[in-house]
Write a protein that binds this ligand. Sequence first.
Ligand code: NDP
Ligand code: 13P
Length: 331
Amino acid sequence: MSGSGFKSIGVIGAGAFGAALACAAARAGRHVGLWGRDATAMAELAQTRRLPRLDGVGLPEAIHPTADLAEAARADALILAVPTQALRDVCGRLAGTVAANTPLILAAKGIERSSGEFVSQIAAEILPGCVPAVLSGPGFAADIAKAYPTALTLACADGSLGERLARTIGSPTFRLYHTDDMRGVEIGGAAKNVLAIAAGIAAGRGFGESTVAALLARSFAELTRFGLAFGARPETLAGLSGLGDLILTGTSSRSRNRRFGEELGKGIGLETAIADVGLAEGVWTAPILARMAADRHVDMPIATAVAALVAGKASVDQAIKQLLSRPPRAE
Ligand SMILES: NC(=O)C1=CN([C@@H]2O[C@H](COP(=O)(O)OP(=O)(O)OC[C@H]3O[C@@H](n4cnc5c(N)ncnc54)[C@H](OP(=O)(O)O)[C@@H]3O)[C@@H](O)[C@H]2O)C=CC1
Ligand SMILES: O=C(CO)COP(=O)(O)O
């Protein structure tokens, strides 16, 4: 099933999502180089061909694990699947290695906390000769690796290139919708992580599903207000990468962001919760998201409460009291 997409893909970042996207690309008939920074771990993966982080899924034959960045970068298109706060550094390491006009599919979900830049802005700044695209939507890495039916959105300013990229890594079980609204797709992925922390806090604190549902509906209102203020299209925000991913992340304890919130809700301290769940992008995006919203006078009480919590400026009880003291207004 190799279709009319690009022949080879380099996946930069061999964590859960990078490995899952490598499996998807291999399933779509591509030759895949999978780069990870830990040479020992990559050699072990090449030998065992098992992905313990993804419930032991086997590594398809078409995937070549490597710790040589230049080797993985010699591909028709790249997928960048490192954490948002590491993206600038990794793009810098790719500069001088990656060929001009290479499409870069950005898979991280966050906003850079030092600059307030979205992932496509970071890539455009550090690798101006490449063409950014953004992949986001509801899909846990393990589900994608196991070829459970999933649907995500791939955004690229050049619509025909976006469609070609979607054909390159998409398949009947990895359904990729396409759009040219990159900003909308990257905002959905970044904001939903922060808002899912709030849903987790409510669940962890022992409140029922009614509370979580109300919180998620008001979270979606916040995500939409923020997105519109930053140039996103409403249909993108209401689609897979916005509402779709907010539903998945805000309701499933398999989400690290939601689990981080659950731990805080149960009274576990910040540092312990961070260590327990691993990468919860919302922890790092919350403060900058709240600041960007305040600068544009966008009302985001839930995201702002999460930002105060992760900065250690409010306790869970104080944040809840603050939210519940807001007068209900016209919906
Ligand atoms: N997991 C999921 O279900 C999904 C994740 N995403 C997004 O994908 C991104 C990555 O998440 P995920 O793969 O789950 O996270 P993981 O923690 O599983 O993996 C992150 C990977 O990035 C590597 N890494 C971290 N910092 C650097 C750096 N400075 N240079 C090079 N490599 C680095 C890590 O290497 P090392 O192991 O050596 O530390 C690790 O291999 C996040 O933005 C996340 O929101 C999106 C959709 C689904
Ligand atoms: O983005 C995700 C699913 O779409 C994964 O969520 P977590 O990063 O919270 O685990």
